[in-house]
Design a protein around this ligand. Structure first.
Ligand SMILES: CC(C)(COP(=O)(O)OP(=O)(O)OC[C@H]1O[C@@H](n2cnc3c(N)ncnc32)[C@H](O)[C@@H]1OP(=O)(O)O)[C@@H](O)C(=O)NCCC(=O)NCCS
Length: 154
């Protein structure tokens, strides 16, 4: 599959809003939505975050299909936090998260010249932990139910 990442755009909201309301996708993420996410709130969210200077919010496309989101947030001179979900569940297990993560890490280390990328993952999210270990992330600390993992530019 040909996987690319590109900056999020307003019209992505019409697809991503349905993922927000899929409890399976967000089961182990830090985001649990108490109420149904509406198209208006998803549009507001995208229009807000794409203006943030210390974030790099991208869509993942596989063979031209928008399938998920991947981000760097809290970008400073040295480090950034990484986040990912594949919202289209029929695209799980096809190597898309791995390929898109490699593209994002390349951007973080080669273009932004960061030294460190970190993430927080729920200790029960074995699929994500396995992905992160494969990418080279190592555990650095544990806070409650979440494991912090990091990868350094060495
Ligand atoms: C976690 C997630 C991003 C993985 O996406 P994916 O595109 O299916 O992953 P890939 O196909 O690229 O797989 C890469 C690696 O992840 C791990 N993995 C993927 N699916 C797996 C499964 N069903 N069981 C165990 N490990 C799995 C494996 O290490 C795999 O490498 P391998 O194929 O050599 O074994 C996806 O399942 C998802 O979006 N989950 C819901 C949101 C979420 O939990 N996000 C992370 C929050 S911290």
């Amino acid at each position: 599959m040909n996987v690319i990442i590109r900056p999020l755009q307003e019209t992505d909201a019409y697809t991503s809003v349905k993922w927000r309301n899929d409890k399976e996708v967000f089961k182990y993420t830090g985001n649990t939505y108490a109420n149904t996410i509406t198209i208006d709130s998803e549009l507001d969210w995208i229009n807000r975050v794409i203006k943030n200077k210390n974030e790099y919010r991208c869509a993942i496309e596989a063979d031209g299909v928008y399938v998920g989101n991947i981000y760097l947030t809290d970008i400073d001179d040295n480090s950034a936090q990484y986040h990912i979900f594949i919202g289209e569940k029929e695209f799980w297990g096809k190597g898309i998260a791995e390929q898109s993560s490699l593209l994002l890490l390349q951007y973080a280390f080669s273009d932004l010249k960061l030294n460190r990328v970190y993430l927080d993952v729920h200790y029960k999210n074995m699929v994500a932990i396995s992905l992160y270990k494969k990418l080279g992330f190592v555990e650095s600390e544990r806070v409650g139910d979440f494991i912090r993992m990091e990868i350094k530019n060495e």
